[in-house]
Design a protein around this ligand. Structure first.
Ligand SMILES: Cc1cc2nc3c(=O)[nH]c(=O)nc-3n(C[C@H](O)[C@H](O)[C@H](O)COP(=O)(O)OP(=O)(O)OC[C@H]3O[C@@H](n4cnc5c(N)ncnc54)[C@H](O)[C@@H]3O)c2cc1C
Length: 440
């Protein structure tokens, strides 16, 4: 074959070198292995469905591991547990194996809701989640992403590409746990988003080897203002001031404006901006009197992204639904967290739920509109922007993931759709796997 351009040459040689792996047939394909995808795939596998997990990264956990946000919340509300099940099981196994203790959930936190978040050891969580997936019979494909999805009678055919190989995964049900609605996008289904994303944050750890009370906070702030004026720092490189940054050891003290990871190109730009922000801060700190010995101890592989697309489902959970604690005939799980919208200029002022209030999520918000056989869970669940700012937290992602995995497994078993399965059977399956179903 005659190759006309160098671009054509590259394309032909990549296609010729990619090994076509044998096709796979399963009941449920979960795309995206973050907090939601792990729970969805484990639940689906434990329900007896042949389950495949397709994850573009090198490990499970998504933003909880690769984004460094290793403090899932909130499993408890107003003194009682509202989210249990697969997610809680892996989190508590991780805490126990690590020899740590859980927060005291009986003590009210007032407005300091983060006190009831559970810190997990990232590498341990990844290994334990992989173990749970494997024991549930789930086949994991890392470094892989769907490039094309087509309907073939009752089946979906997913073309999955990875560096060096390709395969077709044929399944009855797909669960979109990509955080961005990547499956919905490939199928041309409706996704909702705002004109700009909320800022993300880049989690890295910088530690001073100087006692903090030996530092002159006022002088540090003056140096920071000067560095911002001279363009050596950006205002959002630290939003907690210099002392606040040092006290938190870095953590999520910065904002990476308009952080978006919904395409490879945007993700690249977001990560480059995150690491540039870290370098500015590191050089700035090292230039300060008494801080020449600060050390960069750790850096997450990815910038944490708070918001991109939400997939339109059969029901869109609104701010009003969320804050009024609305329950539905098909509520599959609880959700508890303040409304948590971040703004790159004014920051965040969490709006807490009224005392005693706990939100719920209906199955219809997990059923993608306009198509049969596709569910959604996690950050891109069907919701308006304000409701999503609370629903996106990790415990809730785990709960929606488990519910979507159970619904997909039952729909595949009965050769039907998630909306047509018997809700009592779904609730019973979830309860058998320790999930808490509202009203049951
Ligand atoms: C800075 C920051 C602070 C936060 N603070 C908290 C907090 O204190 N407590 C809390 O509970 N939550 C917090 N959150 C929210 C929470 O971390 C996320 O919303 C949640 O982890 C999202 O989980 P997920 O499984 O829906 O998506 P993700 O974690 O984004 O996982 C999606 C997975 O899908 C994969 N993927 C994406 N596209 C494809 C594709 N096309 N093919 C294959 N795989 C794909 C990704 O690689 C990823 O592994 C915070 C978020 C941020 C950014």
């Amino acid at each position: 074959m005659k190759l006309l351009t160098s671009w054509g040459l590259v394309a032909v040689s990549v296609a010729a070198n990619a090994a076509a792996l044998p096709d796979e047939t399963c009941d449920v394909a979960v795309v995206g292995g973050g907090a939601a995808g792990v729970a969805a795939a484990v639940q689906s596998g434990r329900a007896g469905a042949r389950t495949v997990l397709i994850e573009q990264g090198h490990q499970v956990g998504g933003n909880m591991t690769s984004g460094g946000v290793n403090f899932p919340g909130l499993f408890h509300a107003w003194g009682r547990q509202v989210i249990d099940g697969v997610g809680w099981e892996i989190v508590t196994n991780c805490v126990a194996l690590d020899g740590r203790t859980l927060p005291d959930f009986t003590k009210p936190t007032g407005r300091q809701h983060w006190r009831h978040q559970v810190t997990v050891n990232i590498p341990l969580y990844v290994a334990l989640a992989e173990e749970a997936l494997t024991k549930a019979g789930v086949t994991i494909h890392y470094h892989a992403a769907p490039t094309r999805i087509v309907r073939d009678g009752e089946w979906w055919k997913i073309s999955v590409a990875a560096v060096g190989d390709t395969r077709t995964v044929t399944c009855r049900q797909i669960v979109d746990c990509t955080g961005n609605g990547a499956v919905a996008s490939l199928l041309g289904l409706e996704r909702m988003r705002e004109s700009t994303c909320q800022p993300g944050s880049f989690v890295y750890k910088i530690s001073p080897e100087t006692p903090l009370d030996a530092l002159d906070a006022e002088a540090l702030e003056a140096a920071r203002a000067k560095a911002v004026m001279e363009g050596r720092l950006l205002p959002n490189d630290t939003r907690a001031g210099v002392m606040g940054f040092l006290r938190r050891g870095g953590d999520t003290a910065n904002y990476i404006d308009d952080a978006d990871n919904s395409t490879a190109d945007l993700r690249t730009q977001t990560n480059l901006r995150g690491r540039a922000s870290m370098l500015r801060m590191y050089r700035f700190l090292k230039s300060l009197p008494g801080l020449g010995n600060v050390r960069l101890l750790a850096m997450s592989p990815e910038v944490g992204v708070r918001e991109t697309f939400r997939v339109r489902g059969e029901y869109v959970v609104t701010h009003e639904d969320y804050t009024s604690g609305r329950t539905y005939a098909d509520s599959v799980c609880y959700a508890f967290y303040p409304i948590d919208l971040h703004d790159k200029v004014s920051g965040i002022r969490p709006a807490h739920l009224k005392e005693g209030m706990v939100a719920t999520v209906p199955l219809r918000a997990l059923v993608v509109k306009g198509v049969d056989g596709v569910l959604v869970a996690g950050r891109c669940v069907s919701s308006d922007r304000l409701a999503n700012s609370a629903l996106r937290v990790e415990a809730t992602c785990m709960a929606t993931g488990q519910a979507a995995g159970a619904a997909a497994a039952l729909a595949a078993r009965h050769k039907t759709t998630a909306l047509k399965i018997d809700f009592g059977e779904l609730a019973a399956l979830l309860r058998a796997h320790r999930a808490i179903v509202p009203g049951m």
